[in-house]
Write a protein that binds this ligand. Structure first.
Ligand code: URA
Length: 444
């Protein structure tokens, strides 16, 4: 069918046959379908949701637009598992969950993304580690997964090339926020990576792409339903993004926090909760734990006895980074020349946080991209970000956060943004901290 006929049917919400969707996706990859046609298809899909079968067909066609890794060619002694987050601020859990499940006996080929909008991307964080190659050739990434059990890397041109083309067009045509297109984009790369079990962390709140919880649940259901119909065992947790996850946001600062977490020096309790919940679900999906409780115990044991730390170090070394990175992390990572505390005008309690604004403050500091080719400054970001319900200012001088910036003037601009991102109440205000894990989506 002609591309324009396919777009017309999408615009009218007439059901497309899988062959038509496959032809369109094939044309996206070969270049026979133009950028304008892809943009029209995406906009029609934002306005006219797909039917379940259409979404599954789009996902599969995008996965099959490139190489799909066949792990049965190798004799692996464990399941192939992965975790994916829809993105937030300070969300560094992939960097901890991947080595935990690898240390528990899984293989983890984790295809991660770059920062998007106000959210930080796992690949940009790993780029802060000197020597770590975030875009290895696919064969090298496969070799690292086989040897180290775990590799976090970017999609090469062989993995779901149709997604790469469509994603670039979505980014500049305001067509990111479609559950159908997000589902196909995320899952096509997971299918191509040959993943057998997947746990999804679907964020909700002021720092998430889906701010309204009902929309996040809808996205979680779309992802789980499509993953299951594609033969991937899958569970999604809908988790809170109304505050920074953990203490730090910004590439190198997040790696410092991950290193301290893995070493056992400092473990933010909310981050611990999300890490254990995601790991437990993944271990159950992979048959490495009988139930959620034993999965949590196994994950906690791996963290506490250092096996997860060793798995992380092994991955970093195999990917070109320093050996025994965790002991060197603080010295190996670049530091910003200016560190400035942001103090509230008077003693107060944090009532609410506009996390999206915090994310954009980091982008302004140079820690995110304004345009596609921008280089990220790994050293800048926010440290010790206060959470909802915390007391700040006053005699304790607890700041809202510490800004890490390249220049004094960049720090001053960020300070103004950060002050307006926090809603503060008088001392003694009783504040309800939003629940961290909102719901769990399994059999849909
Ligand atoms: N991450 C992806 O890989 N694709 C999307 O569409 C959104 C987030």
């Amino acid at each position: 069918m002609l591309a324009q006929e396919i777009i017309r049917k999408r615009r009218l919400r007439e059901k497309l046959a899988p062959e038509d969707i496959r032809d369109f996706v094939c044309g996206m990859t070969t270049g026979d379908v133009s950028g304008a046609q892809i943009a029209a298809f995406c906009m029609a899909t934002c306005l006219q949701p797909m039917m379940t079968e259409e979404r599954a067909a789009l996902t599969r066609a995008m996965a099959e637009s490139g190489t799909c890794i066949d792990w049965s060619r190798y004799t692996l002694d464990g399941p192939v598992l992965d975790k994916h987050s829809t993105g937030g601020v300070g969300d560094k859990t992939s960097l901890i969950v991947a080595p935990i499940v690898a240390a528990c006996g899984a293989y983890v080929p984790m295809i991660a993304g770059r920062s998007l909008g106000h959210t930080g991307g796992t690949l940009d964080k790993l780029d802060a580690i000197p020597g770590y190659v975030t875009r290895p050739a696919l064969d090298s990434a496969i070799a690292v997964v086989r040897d180290a059990r775990c590799a976090i890397f970017g999609a090469t041109s062989q993995i779901a090339p149709a997604d790469r083309r469509m994603y670039e067009i979505r980014d500049v045509t305001a067509t990111i926020a479609s559950p159908d297109l997000i589902t196909a984009s995320i899952l096509s790369k997971k299918i191509a990576a040959g993943v057998q079990g997947l746990v999804l962390d679907v964020k909700t709140g002021s720092g998430a792409f889906m701010e309204v919880e009902a929309d996040s649940v809808q996205l979680a259901e779309s992802l789980v339903r499509t993953a299951l119909s594609s033969g991937i065992k899958c569970t999604a947790l809908v988790t809170d993004m109304n505050q920074c996850l953990g203490q730090n946001a910004g590439a190198a600062l997040e790696i410092v926090e991950v290193a301290a977490f893995l070493r056992g020096d400092a473990r933010d309790p909310r981050m611990m909760e999300v890490v254990l919940a995601l790991s437990a679900d993944l271990l159950v999906l992979g048959g490495l734990a009988d139930n959620i409780d034993s999965g949590r115990d196994l994950a906690a044991a791996c963290l506490n006895d250092g096996r997860a730390a060793a798995a992380f170090e092994s991955m970093v070394a195999h990917m070109g980074g320093p050996s025994d990175f965790l002991s060197k992390a603080d010295r190996a990572l670049e530091k910003a020349p200016v560190i400035r505390p942001v103090l509230p005008p008077s003693e107060a309690v944090v009532e609410e946080i506009n996390v999206r604004a915090l994310g954009f403050a980091i982008v302004e500091l140079g820690g995110g991209r304004r345009a596609p080719g921008d280089i990220i400054d790994p050293a800048v970001g926010l440290e010790h970000v206060a959470g909802i319900g915390e007391s700040v200012g006053g005699a304790s001088q607890r700041p809202l956060c510490l800004i890490h910036a390249r220049t004094q003037s960049a720090a001053e601009k960020a300070e103004a943004r950060i002050l307006s991102a926090f809603d503060l109440g008088p001392v003694g205000t009783s504040v309800t901290v939003p629940d961290l894990i909102r719901s769990r989506v399994r059999d849909v």
